[in-house]
Write a protein that binds this ligand. Structure first.
Ligand code: SF4
Ligand code: SF4
Length: 568
């Protein structure tokens, strides 16, 4: 005769401390006299899984309800374990009495217990009607689509390509490298950013297993895990990458001048675009919307790389897995009116200051006042701008603004030791490897750290900037003049995340970052088979963390494709 077993988990104290497990057991026995009822500290432990096997083999249970944590955590483990002991996975049901009962109703144990009972009763009814699950195996495409060519995307691409897996790397902009290609130095070591990134970009660009699509976006997505079909729209470059030798003569002769978005509008760019000398690819592209058709570029291009007959194209690819590595967007502080960004030229963001420090940036590495009003003698950095703020709907920490500010302060002190620097902070979070040491180096170099929020930035009669702030350690409100104010801005999700999540069938969190399958145990998996996350697309991360997650995403994708078939 078919027997049903109900396995109630204590989850240590997670469930037991709120939900009355004895009451659940008694209620199930009272309502379903023929159901075998057991409880255990941890059904997911080795001991618990073995006991589950005994319940199947010795006690002849042929249908099982496990009342425990969310199915997204251990459903697969329990189903695989049932199969190991000869029970079809279709006869295992999960009742989530942790996330749905004890965790959310911890303040009301009576109601939590009643809700847990409801979940168990529903699962018992469901398992009664359950049918065996037949597993079908389908072959997989041994290739991976990577969306985003920043530090996470290129690291994931190299890991996979070196393992012999074909990679299609799709990048929205004209060049690889993302934000990291723009940064002057990286914390905490003050390594030159492009010196460590550049060789990787070159490896990716020349790797026989990597096909790169710049100026490209995913516009359609269908199929199933292991066999996805992706449509990419590639905008015309109008410069043949294979022919261009990177001489940049065309940039010199292009007469069009536009605000340079890459430099946050601090200088101008041409209609033929190449933001840095060492871009990958080395070929520029033509911004056809703003090109006036003068043909000067054709005239100076010796290898004849300019091609106005180039057209936008749609490309369809079949891939087995996908890695989303779309990164982040720097927060725009214009909405914080009291800081005067957009009103005062000498209030700039950390990203803009970074470009100022960069020898290829708009000021060629010189720290200047964009107002032109005198030299920079005193700089104020304001931390947590757009981070840790309920008011702005961004309660999360950017994880990077403390450390990149320390980097800027150190870099500035090395090249301009006379510049007086004050950092206004909420807390200094320097928990990564060698981060605390960098903070100490900044203190030793004479950088002042004041704990307190700045309440306003105003222009003084002399044209300097007056900050009003509360020093929360001294308990005093102070006013002080500075020449330059740098806002250490936080991290926003990419604005295209919503569109991409809808297309790929992924979930976003309340702020718009991609949601991981499990933040601790499966931080690069998603809820869709064969689709993984790398880098800041799932929340703020520094370069080290992005690289680590890229390695994990690549290894998860490789593991997924390894057997050549997928179970559906
Ligand atoms: S398109 Fe021609 S002129 Fe411009 S960088 Fe390439 S080779 Fe030089
Ligand atoms: S044809 Fe267009 S891109 Fe070329 S030089 Fe003239 S304006 Fe610039």
């Amino acid at each position: 005769m078919s027997k049903t077993a109900c396995l109630i988990c204590h989850c240590g104290t997670n469930i037991r401390n709120v939900v009355d497990v004895e009451k659940l057991k008694n209620e199930v026995k009272r309502r379903y006299g023929d159901v075998l009822v057991y409880d255990n500290e941890h059904w997911c432990s080795e001991d618990g899984l073995k006991k589950m096997g005994e319940i199947i083999n010795r006690d002849k249970a042929s249908r099982i309800v496990i009342a425990a944590c969310t199915p997204s955590l251990h459903e697969e483990l329990f189903k695989k374990n049932a199969e190991k002991y000869g029970l079809n996975r279709g006869f295992v049901e999960i009742a989530n009495i942790r996330e749905q009962a004890s965790w959310v109703h911890w303040h009301n144990p009576g109601k939590a217990t009643l809700k847990a009972l409801d979940h168990i009763l529903m699962a018992l009814e469901a398992v009664k009607e359950a049918k065996p699950t037949n597993i079908i195996r389908r072959p997989t495409e041994r290739s991976v689509l990577i969306i985003g060519g920043g530090v996470a995307g290129i690291n994931a691409a190299l890991n996979l390509a070196d393992a012999g897996i074909k990679v299609f790397l799709v990048e929205k902009s004209g060049f690889l490298g993302g934000h990291m290609a723009k940064w002057d130095k990286v914390f905490p070591t003050l390594d030159c950013s492009i010196c460590i990134l550049g060789p990787l970009l070159s490896q990716v660009y020349n790797h026989p297993n990597i096909k790169i699509y710049t100026l490209s976006e995913v516009v359609d997505f269908s199929g199933m895990p292991g066999d996805y079909v992706v449509k990419i729209r590639k905008r015309a470059r109008y410069i043949d990458e294979a022919t261009c030798n990177g001489c940049n003569k065309c940039l010199d002769v292009c007469p069009v001048e536009l605000p340079n978005e890459y430099e946050y509008g601090i200088n101008i760019r041409k209609a033929i675009v190449k933001p840095e000398p060492q871009t990958v690819p080395i070929a520029p592209y033509i911004d056809i919307e703003n090109c006036i058709g003068c043909m000067n570029c054709i005239g100076v291009c010796d290898p004849k790389a300019v091609n106005f007959k180039d057209t936008d194209r749609e490309i369809t690819l079949s891939v087995g897995a996908v890695i989303v590595a779309t990164g982040f967007k720097p927060y725009n502080p214009r909405e914080i009116e009291e800081y005067g960004y957009g009103r005062f030229l000498d209030v700039i963001t950390g990203a803009e200051y970074d470009r100022m420090l960069n020898c290829n940036g708009p000021t060629k590495g010189r720290v200047v006042k964009l107002s032109g009003n005198g030299e920079v003698e005193k700089i104020a950095f304001i931390l947590c701008v757009g981070s840790r703020s309920e008011r702005l709907g961004r309660p999360y920490c950017s994880k990077v603004c403390c450390m990149y500010t320390i980097k800027y302060a150190l870099e500035t002190k090395i090249t301009n030791p006379k510049i007086d620097i004050t950092v206004f902070y909420t807390d200094i979070r320097a928990s990564g490897k060698m981060h605390e040491e960098a903070y100490k180096r900044a203190l030793e170099a004479g950088v002042k750290f004041i704990r307190g929020r700045v309440s306003s930035v105003e222009k003084d009669k002399s044209g300097r900037l007056r900050l009003t702030y509360e020093d929360t350690l001294e308990g005093k409100v102070e006013k002080e003049l500075f020449d330059l104010v740098v806002l250490s801005i936080g991290v926003d999700p990419d604005p295209d995340n919503k569109k991409l999540a809808n297309m790929l069938g992924l979930q976003l969190d309340e702020y718009g970052f991609f949601t991981e399958y499990h933040p601790k145990l499966k931080p690069s998996d998603t809820f869709r088979g064969g689709i993984y996350l790398a880098g800041a697309c799932s929340g703020p991360k520094d370069i080290t963390e992005s690289t680590l997650q890229a390695g994990l995403a690549a290894s998860r994708a490789a593991q997924f494709l390894h057997s050549g078939e997928v179970e559906v």
